[in-house]
Design a protein around this ligand. Structure first.
Ligand SMILES: [Zn+2]
Length: 331
């Protein structure tokens, strides 16, 4: 071994212990760091388990606020849906029949969207509330669409509105003051007080004194008159007026008939007087509105210009009162 090599060896062996020390020191630092990290992490986990950080406090408060807002939204949409129910009811029972058209139906309008549409809302603490809210909102949107289509249709039909407005049976055929308030017989299925079975009453009965004037409910032509009205059955003396647009009205149990077949009449024109002829047990007017031959509830056609409490009274007092020995079965 040359001197050079010896020197080198000595040098390398002498440097060996130095390298080991620095490695150990590095490991030591790493270990300390790792342990430190673990301790900090464990502390964090424990801390966050028992205490909120300020950020979490803020988020929790915000979360509660959002939940409250969501619930309010849910209630508001619910409220809106019931308003839509009322609009739909008015549309189907008043406005559309006024123009002589049936209830509008758009296929699938009430079918819910597939559940997959609401899948992104699943898996949260308040999924049920969120899904319900969204479903109600979707339903409301569809129903609004349906209503707007219905209005479009009515708009087209209203082109003929002036003629139609005076033709439709929109007034009560006797003076309201002449009406015996609590003696209105309701339209529809009723338990007959004499026969004790359910019979369909095709009109409403307006109790009033004999001789009370009876007016045509709308412009039209007298299409049928029975001025004899003999016997104790049926409609007695009665009049049918054809108003066009699919509408007819019938005025029965009259005392006098003051029109003839084929006569043109205006709304509010005197056509006869209240009586007790035919299958009737007391003076009253049996008044029917027929649309395409089917009896409909005349109350739905009365113009709403009467005071609303008056209208409510008429609707509410329409009860099982009857003046007829038979109804619905005659004619
Ligand atoms: Zn009747």
């Amino acid at each position: 071994m040359s001197q050079k090599e010896q020197d080198f060896n000595e040098f390398s062996t002498s440097t060996q212990p130095g390298t080991t020390t620095s490695k150990r020191r590095a490991w030591g630092i790493l270990r300390t760091l790792a342990v430190g990290c673990l301790v900090v992490t464990a502390f964090n986990i424990l801390f966050s388990r028992y205490f909120y950080t300020p950020k979490m406090y803020r988020l929790t408060a915000r979360n509660k606020e959002l939940l409250v807002k969501y619930r309010i939204l849910h209630d508001k949409i619910n409220e809106m849906s019931s308003t839509l129910d009322q609009i739909k009811h008015r549309d189907n029972s008043v406005y559309r029949p006024l123009f002589g058209i049936d209830t509008m139906s758009v296929p699938g309008i009430y079918t819910s969207y597939p559940e997959s549409k609401y899948a992104p809302l699943q898996g949260y603490a308040y999924s049920e509330l969120m899904t319900d809210t969204w479903m109600m909102m979707d339903q409301a949107a569809r129903r609004l669409y349906l209503q707007s289509r219905s209005l479009d249709e009515l708009q087209v039909l209203s082109a003929d509105k002036e003629k139609m407005a005076t033709a439709l049976p929109a007034i009560m055929p006797i003076n309201r003051k002449a009406l015996h308030g609590d003696h209105i017989g309701a339209f529809g299925w009723r338990n007959h007080p004499i026969y004790h079975r359910y019979i369909f009453h095709k009109g409403i009965d307006l109790g009033s004194d004999r001789g009370t004037p009876v007016y045509s409910a709308g412009d039209g032509v007298v299409s049928f008159v029975n001025a004899r009205g003999t016997g104790r059955r049926g409609y007695g003396r009665h009049i049918v007026i054809d108003h066009g647009f699919g509408y007819k009205t019938k005025y029965a149990h009259l005392h006098t008939v003051d029109v003839t077949e084929g006569q043109l009449v205006k709304r509010g024109e005197l056509i006869g007087t209240v009586g007790n002829t035919g299958g009737s047990t007391g003076p009253h007017l049996h008044y029917e509105v027929l649309y395409m031959g089917t009896p409909v509830n005349p109350i739905n056609y009365f113009r709403r210009d009467m005071a609303s409490e008056d209208f409510e009274r008429i609707v509410e007092s329409a009860n099982a009162t009857t003046f007829e020995t038979e109804f619905g079965t005659n004619d």
